[in-house]
Design a protein around this ligand. Structure first.
Ligand code: ARG
Ligand code: GLU
Length: 734
């Protein structure tokens, strides 16, 4: 008895040491994306790192904080107000969709850029909105009052959603603002955001791709970087300065809260902040969930996309027509593909799963001793069991999604679910044909960017990947078609792309024009439909129910786990995972090269851009005008002793959604616009390593130089508040 006790106390002592290591380890890094309304807790640390303004200037309850100069731009980017007349700065890749909508062969803004010469020339962007976050309030007490942690989920969710709806209504009535309540810490906290969404937004300036997307996918997720990834918009408001539908009589939104632009430069080690809307991070999940990312979802997605991108790239070099069709699709597919590779590398190099396992051992020991949260004891074992059960389903479904639905022939068949529904409506022949024609017209966008031969090659490659990894799960329909072609996937592909009507707009339109009520036989006989339908049915019946239950279960366990972690590590500052709400991250300007012999600088310059110039390349061709400005060193007041800074890196914790976020100096003045992370650190969505994680930004001086000297839109500079160097700036590059 005695000896046993002493062994236990020894164990406890060593665990306390582990705890100590962990809490030290987790506070050392300047990781974190903090709720602005809680920043006061960080004032001391931020000041010690260099912050020179009161936290109140960043955010305050009376509504005069810099949060009023930041917008959720569209649905997934950040933008910032840089003049008293509602001028917005964001990324080029965030304005891309709007520019595409306004572009035409005669007005090709991707090739030539766009610069309004005055306010009248600013172009309304249909459907684009920006949302201001005026105030935030912690409403956890109201939402969770008397809701016990272990209440059955269905009941818990019902109670919460009723309360959330009632509270939102009350806030709207009380403030006249929109109110949206979101869960934080997996539902351990609730915050309301009081917001205003403006819907008359106009394009003001857009550099050509040769600046705004310079380096393309090759430089994407990489440092050093040479992209002028910015664009400029303006918010318009009604006569009362409030949101209004587009009208020629609307006026530029007027505001006292906008960012001053600081062009005096920065040096390595300088304090920085990023203020914006990070989308999704999962820093607190268990090793079991992270293993699924590391061993299942990331690798399968990468493997499938490597095959697909290889084929797309080949076909894109063979034909200019294909290049145009696939360039935007490729950017989307390649963006995740590259990020996940960086993520796997970062997780591996940092041994994150093993670190989590050690952390879990310490947590488990704490849970055993702790008596306040009785349910914490078996959380990890429940997670392990749940993950074990789900993993085979997750694996198969990742192949379904990335391999099978990676084939456009199969994924596009989903549109026929709608078509079949039209038949079920019991319409007359002419009504049916009319309705179907509308559905088919809606599919026009797909065919505009579709190439049959390209997709056929993708079919061959991805079907092989799917077969090799699915064995007993392969639906009979697939085996039957495969056997019917003597197990020759090339012959199968040749046949199905010839016979299926989904491969061309004229075939589906012809089908619509000749449709007869009740007769769906042509669809049901289509070999591609059969492939789609077989997998959709299996997913619906056998896979998704399991996964949905798993995610719901895991969501509850994650909620309890984070609650218990906060209890176990009372002194650690936890930040909620990103959820596309307004956050502040802080760090320092800092170079990056964890392994290389020569440390990469923290900054690139126009010289580096011009050195990459390649007239034969689509993405590395420097515009002639930019080259001549470079040759003449005609930088006006934006250059620094004959150099032109372009981009820089800092150690702020950011994620997707932070694109377009203002990067601020110690005084809260804007020194750049965030647009990416470095490859070495993309695992920061799961684990932040201050030596490898960097956010990448366009230097505000490059932005102003391009607007002023390249775009000739100097009239915009006049409405900005610019803090310029007093004496000629010292050389700070390299
Ligand atoms: N990687 C950045 C982000 O996640 C930029 C993407 C756009 N640029 C590109 N080359 N595809 O959004
Ligand atoms: N480019 C990303 C975005 O569009 C930001 C990069 C990141 O994920 O940090 O939000």
């Amino acid at each position: 008895m005695y000896s046993k006790q002493s062994a236990t106390s020894l164990l406890i002592k060593s665990l306390i040491i582990i705890f100590f290591i962990f809490s030290d380890f987790s506070t050392r890094a300047k990781e974190g994306m903090w709720i602005p309304a809680t920043l006061k807790d960080h004032e001391k640390e931020m000041k010690s790192m260099g912050l020179q303004i009161p936290i109140d200037q960043l955010y305050n309850e009376s509504g005069t904080g810099l949060n009023n100069a930041i917008v959720l731009f569209g649905r997934g980017c950040t933008g910032e107000i840089i003049s008293s007349r509602g001028l917005i700065l964001t990324n080029h890749h965030c304005g891309y969709g709007s520019a595409q909508g306004l572009s035409s062969p005669e007005k090709d803004y991707f090739a030539n850029g766009f610069w309004a010469g005055n306010m009248k020339e600013e172009l309304p962007c249909k459907g684009l909105t920006v949302t201001f976050i005026r105030r935030m309030e912690n409403v956890t007490a109201q939402v969770l009052e008397n809701v016990s942690d272990t209440l059955r989920d269905a009941l818990r969710d019902t109670v919460i959603s009723i309360r959330v709806a009632a509270l939102e209504k009350e806030f709207k009535k009380k403030t006249g603002l929109d109110a949206s309540i979101k869960p934080y810490f997996e539902g351990n906290q609730y915050w309301v955001a009081l917001t205003e969404t403006y819907r008359d937004i106009r394009l003001v300036g857009f550099p050509p791709n040769a600046i705004g997307a310079f380096g393309g996918d090759v430089e994407n997720w990489m440092w050093p970087r040479h992209t002028g990834d910015f664009s400029v918009f303006r918010v318009y408001a009604g006569a009362d300065n409030k949101p209004a539908d587009y009208a020629t009589t609307n006026k530029p939104y007027e505001t006292e809260q906008f960012f001053k632009l600081n062009t005096t430069g920065y040096k390595e080690g300088d304090f920085t902040m990023v203020y914006g809307f990070p989308g999704t991070t999962k820093e607190y999940i268990s090793s079991y969930e992270l293993s699924q990312v590391y061993n299942i979802t990331d690798p399968i997605s990468i493997e499938a996309r490597t095959r697909k991108l290889d084929i797309w790239s080949k076909h894109m070099t063979w034909s200019r027509d294909n290049f145009i069709k696939y360039t935007s699709k490729r950017a989307g597919v390649a963006n995740g593909w590259k990020k996940w590779q960086g993520e796997l590398m970062g997780l591996r190099v940092n041994d994150v799963i093993a670190k989590k396992q050690t952390y879990e051992q310490a947590f488990q020991a704490w849970a055993k001793i702790d008596s306040t949260l009785p349910w914490a004891d078996n959380l990890l074992s429940q997670m392990r069991t749940a993950a074990e059960v789900a993993s085979p389903f997750l694996t198969q479904d990742q192949y379904n999604k990335e391999a099978l639905f990676g084939i456009e022939l199969i994924s596009q068949e989903a549109a026929f679910d709608n078509v079949i529904n039209c038949f079920r409506l019991g319409l007359s022949q002419s009504a049916l044909r009319d309705t179907l024609k509308k559905v088919m017209t809606g599919m026009g966008g797909f065919y505009k960017n579709y190439d049959l031969a390209t997709d056929r090659d993708v079919f061959i490659s991805l079907m092989v990947l799917y077969f090799n990894n699915s064995q007993a799960n392969i639906p009979d329909e697939y085996l039957a078609q495969y056997r019917a072609h003597d197990q020759d996937v090339n012959a199968w592909a040749a046949d199905i792309y010839k016979s299926s009507m989904i491969t061309s707009l004229s075939k589906v339109t012809e089908f619509a024009e000749n449709a007869t009520p009740g007769d769906t036989s042509k669809i049901f006989a289509d070999a591609a439909w059969k492939l789609y339908n077989a997998i959709a049915t299996i997913r619906k019946q056998k896979i998704l129910p399991v996964l949905q239950e798993y995610y719901a279960n895991m969501h509850r366990l994650d909620r309890l786990y984070i609650k218990a972690q906060m209890e176990a590590y009372k002194n650690k500052a936890f930040y909620p995972d990103a959820n596309l709400t307004l956050r502040v991250a802080y760090g320092q300007v800092k170079g990056l090269d964890p392994e290389g012999p020569a440390k990469y600088s923290f900054q690139t310059t126009l010289k580096d851009v011009v050195a990459l110039d390649d007239s034969t390349s689509d993405i590395f061709k420097v515009p002639a005008k930019l080259k001549s400005l470079y040759k003449a060193k005609d930088y006006r007041r934006w250059g620094v002793n004959g150099t032109m800074p372009v981009a820089f890196v800092a150690s702020n914790h950011t994620s997707g959604g932070n694109s377009g976020s203002p990067v601020l100096n110690a005084k809260g003045e804007l020194i750049g616009t965030n647009f990416d992370r470095a490859y070495e650190g993309t695992m920061s969505d799961y684990y932040f390593d201050p030596t490898r994680c960097r956010n990448i930004s366009v230097d505000i001086r490059y932005t102003l130089f391009v607007i002023d000297k390249f775009g000739g839109a100097g009239w915009l500079i006049d409405e900005m508040n610019i803090i310029a160097p007093k004496t000629p700036a010292p050389v700070k590059t390299k």
